[in-house]
Design a protein around this ligand. Structure first.
Ligand SMILES: CC(C)(COP(=O)(O)OP(=O)(O)OC[C@H]1O[C@@H](n2cnc3c(N)ncnc32)[C@H](O)[C@@H]1OP(=O)(O)O)[C@@H](O)C(=O)NCCC(=O)NCCS
Length: 192
């Protein structure tokens, strides 16, 4: 398998959409129940890039085998050094190391920026693949929110995992945001 991790381009969003659509329709990793449109995924990607965060794809034999991105964990300003990851691999390419390559690259990219913590909000405590993937790259289990989702006729947990990025909480962050900007921080586009 010839796999390279690179920045996504707008032309990749069609294949990203096919991957995500499958997982929305058939899995419980995402709590979305209706697949969003290609245009909506383009808008979400734009929001990620506008915040200076990475949106990466795995190109496998000239096709998109998976993708990942980071979004702000929550919108209030004091959360601004914490991001949440998302990683999805084409179900036909599972268990070949693509998820680990993507997530490792995402962590490395976020560590180059000002972010200090990465949180994984994993849909479904039965999602062994995602829990194992996150453990593998250093995340620790923080806790489980029980039955916060309901999909395919059953209650679904959210598993929270966390990884310190770079110096983590051992030093103060590099704060580039003015107090004035903090006041409107949460008014940006909705996360996604
Ligand atoms: C989770 C996901 C991204 C993993 O991607 P992947 O390319 O299949 O994972 P990798 O091949 O890199 O494997 C990473 C680790 O997870 C393990 N793993 C992968 N699939 C597994 C499964 N179904 N059950 C148990 N462990 C699994 C691998 O064995 C490996 O661990 P190891 O190195 O100790 O053997 C992929 O299964 C996926 O897209 N799932 C649906 C969406 C999802 O859950 N995304 C995460 C949302 S936060």
């Amino acid at each position: 398998m010839n796999c390279c991790i690179r920045n996504s381009q707008e032309e990749d969003v069609g294949q990203v959409h096919s991957i995500y659509r499958h997982h929305v329709l058939h899995g419980t990793a995402s709590f979305e129940e209706e697949p969003p449109s290609v245009e909506e995924l383009m808008r979400r990607r734009g929001n990620v890039l506008d915040r200076g965060l990475p949106y990466l794809v795995a190109e496998v034999d000239h096709q998109i085998g998976g993708y990942c991105y980071a979004v702000p964990y929550r919108s209030r300003s004091a959360y601004r050094f914490t991001v949440e990851d998302s990683v999805y691999v084409d179900h036909r390419w599972n268990r070949r190391g693509i998820g680990q390559m993507l997530l490792s690259a995402l962590i490395a990219r976020c560590e180059m920026g000002e972010w200090r913590q990465m949180v994984a909000v994993i849909g479904d405590s039965h999602n062994a693949a995602s829990i194992r993937l996150h453990q593998r790259v250093g995340f620790r289990l923080v806790g489980t929110l029980q039955a916060v989702g309901y999909k395919f006729g059953r209650w679904i947990d959210s598993v929270l995992m966390q990884l310190a990025l770079g110096a983590g909480d051992s030093t103060p962050p590099l704060d580039r945001i003015s107090p004035r900007r903090r006041a409107t921080f949460g008014e940006a586009e909705p996360l996604g």
